[in-house]
Design a protein around this ligand. Structure first.
Ligand code: HEM
Length: 431
C-alpha cells in the first residue's frame, strides 16, 4: 500500500485486486472484503465468530461497555433492554424536538450570511441528542458537553495507529480525558436526579424503566455507557450526513430547487411533522443518495475470535477484517456512474434489484443483523435527517461561499469529516 490513507487505498486495492484482498503488517493479518456474500458472512451469518474491531474500541474511556462496543450475551441483553426506547411511536414523539432545534439555528441566518455549515449541524444534532436523551434543556452544562464532544472529534481526527494502540498522552488526548470526566459528572448527576424524581418521557427514562426477563435493570454504570454511546452515535453521524447533504445540494442547484419545490408543495410554509416524512419522497431520496456518496461511518472493522471460513478463505483467529461502505457505495456494478449525485436513482425497482447486502449496507449503514442501534437508530437517524435537514420554510437558496472548494474533500478520520469546504452562503430563493 502507498503512503496515502485508507480512503484512497481501499478503493485502489479493490480496483487492483477485486472483491477480496489480504495484507500482513508485522504479524497482523488483515482481510478486506468487498464481495457482498463475504460481507454478509462477517456481519450477519457468522457474526458470532467475530468481535468488534479497532475503530469502535479506540475510545473505551468514552463508550465504556455500551451497545457499540460490547460483545456476546451482554450486548444481546443491552440490545433487548434498549428496544422500547426505539419504538416507532417513541421516535415519532421526538420529531418536534428535531424540527424545533433546526429552526432555532436557521432563524439566526440572514440572507447573504456566510456560515460554517458543519459547525451549525454539529450544534443542531447535539442539541437534539441531549434533549431526546435527557428530556431537559442542559442550560449552562451544554457548553461543557459541546466542548467534550469537540475534544472527542479532534482526538479522533486523522487515523493514527500509534495513537490508538499506544494512547500517547498528547494535549489532544488530555483535553479528551478531561472532557470525559466532565461528561461523567453531568451524566451521573442527571441519572441520580432521575432516579430520585421518577422517570420522564425521554431515552434515559426508557433505559431506566427497562427490565430484563429476570427482573434486573441497568446499573448506573450501564446507563452511563449507553447514554454516552447514544450521545455520540446519534450526534456526529447525523451532523455529518446533514453537512454532506448541504454540500451536495449547494453544489447541485437543480436538485436543490427540486427539494425546495417539494417542501413548498408538501408543507406549504408550515414546519414538518413525523407524519410528513413519507410524503417527502424527493427529500428521502436526497438523504439516501447523500448517505451513499458520503457514508458518515465509512468503514467497519472486526476481529476473528476463532478460525473461520469466509468465501472459501480460511481466516485465522486474530485476523482483522475490514469492510467499507465508502468502497461498496461507489461500486459501479451496483451504482452506475457511482460518483454522480443522482437522488433519482433511488426508485423502488432500483432498490429491489440491488444485491441483498449492498442494499442493506447502504440502508442500515451496516450491522445487518438488526440495523444501526436497536433497529431504531436508523429510524431516529432518518427522522432526524428529515426534520433537521431541511430549511422547511424553503425561503432561501444556498451556495458554497466564494473561495470554497467545490469538490467533496474528505479528511482521513474515523468518520467521514469534510475538509477544505464548510462555508455556505444564502440568498433569497429566486423562483
Ligand atoms: C446517519 C446517521 C447514522 C449512521 C451513518 C450510523 C452508522 C452506524 C454504524 C455503521 C454502526 C455499526 C458500527 C459497528 O458495528 O462497528 C452503528 C451502530 C450504532 N448506532 Fe448508528 N448511525 C447513525 C445514527 C444513529 C443514531 C441517531 C443513533 C441513536 C439515537 C445511533 C445509535 C447506534 C448504536 C447504539 C449502535 C450500536 C448498535 C449495536 O451494536 O447494537 N446511530 N451506527
Amino acid at each position: 500500500m502507498s503512503g496515502a490513507g485508507p480512503l484512497v487505498n481501499l478503493p485502489a486495492m479493490f480496483q487492483r485486486y477485486g472483491d477480496i484482498a489480504f495484507w500482513r503488517f508485522l504479524h497482523i493479518s488483515t482481510y478486506f472484503f468487498e464481495n457482498p456474500d463475504c460481507v454478509e458472512t462477517v456481519l450477519v451469518t457468522k457474526y458470532r465468530s467475530f468481535t468488534k474491531g479497532i475503530g469502535v474500541r479506540a475510545n473505551p474511556e468514552l463508550f465504556g461497555n455500551g451497545l457499540l462496543t460490547s460483545e456476546g450475551d451482554f450486548w444481546l441483553r443491552q440490545r433487548r433492554l434498549s428496544q422500547p426506547a426505539f419504538h416507532r411511536t417513541r421516535i415519532a414523539a421526538y420529531a418536534d424536538v428535531m424540527v424545533g432545534e433546526a429552526e432555532t439555528i436557521m432563524r439566526r441566518w440572514r440572507d447573504g450570511d456566510q456560515f460554517d455549515i458543519h459547525r451549525a449541524m454539529m450544534q443542531t444534532t447535539l442539541s437534539i441528542a441531549t434533549r431526546t436523551l435527557f428530556g431537559i434543556d442542559l442550560g449552562q452544562r451544554m457548553h461543557i458537553v459541546a466542548e467534550a464532544m469537540d475534544a472527542f472529534v479532534r482526538q479522533n481526527a486523522g487515523l493514527s495507529v500509534w495513537r490508538i494502540f499506544f494512547k500517547t498522552p498528547t494535549l489532544r488526548r488530555m483535553r479528551f480525558l478531561r472532557g470525559v470526566r466532565q461528561l461523567d459528572d453531568i451524566v451521573y448527576g442527571i441519572i441520580r436526579e432521575r432516579r430520585a424524581s421518577g422517570a420522564g418521557e425521554d431515552l434515559l427514562s426508557d433505559f431506566l424503566r427497562a427490565q430484563d426477563e429476570d427482573g434486573s435493570s441497568m446499573t448506573d454504570k450501564q446507563l452511563r455507557d449507553e447514554v454516552m454511546t447514544m450521545l455520540l452515535a446519534g450526534h456526529e453521524t447525523t451532523a455529518l450526513a446533514l453537512s454532506w447533504a448541504w454540500f451536495l445540494l449547494a453544489t447541485h442547484p437543480d436538485e436543490q430547487a427540486r427539494l425546495h419545490d417539494e417542501l413548498v408543495h408538501v408543507l406549504g410554509g408550515r414546519l414538518p411533522t413525523a407524519a410528513d416524512v413519507p410524503q417527502l419522497t424527493f427529500t428521502n431520496k436526497v438523504i439516501r443518495e447523500t448517505l451513499r456518496l458520503y457514508p458518515p461511518a465509512w468503514v467497519i472493522s472486526r476481529r476473528a475470535s476463532e478460525e473461520v471460513d469466509v468465501g472459501g478463505y480460511r481466516v485465522p483467529e486474530g485476523s482483522n477484517i475490514i469492510v467499507s461502505q465508502w468502497v461498496t457505495h461507489r461500486d459501479a456494478r451496483y451504482f452506475p456512474e457511482p460518483a454522480t449525485f443522482r437522488p433519482d436513482r433511488w426508485t423502488e425497482d432500483f432498490e429491489r434489484a440491488l444485491p441483498r447486502l449492498p442494499a442493506q449496507l447502504h440502508r442500515e449503514q451496516f450491522r445487518a443483523d438488526g440495523g444501526c442501534g436497536p433497529s431504531g437508530g436508523r429510524r431516529a437517524a432518518l427522522q432526524d435527517l428529515n426534520g433537521a435537514g431541511c430549511d422547511s420554510r424553503a425561503h432561501a437558496e444556498y451556495h458554497p461561499a466564494p473561495g470554497q472548494w467545490r469538490t467533496g474533500a474528505v479528511e482521513e478520520s474515523l468518520s467521514m469529516s469534510p475538509t477544505g469546504w464548510r462555508t455556505i452562503s444564502s440568498r433569497p430563493f429566486a423562483r
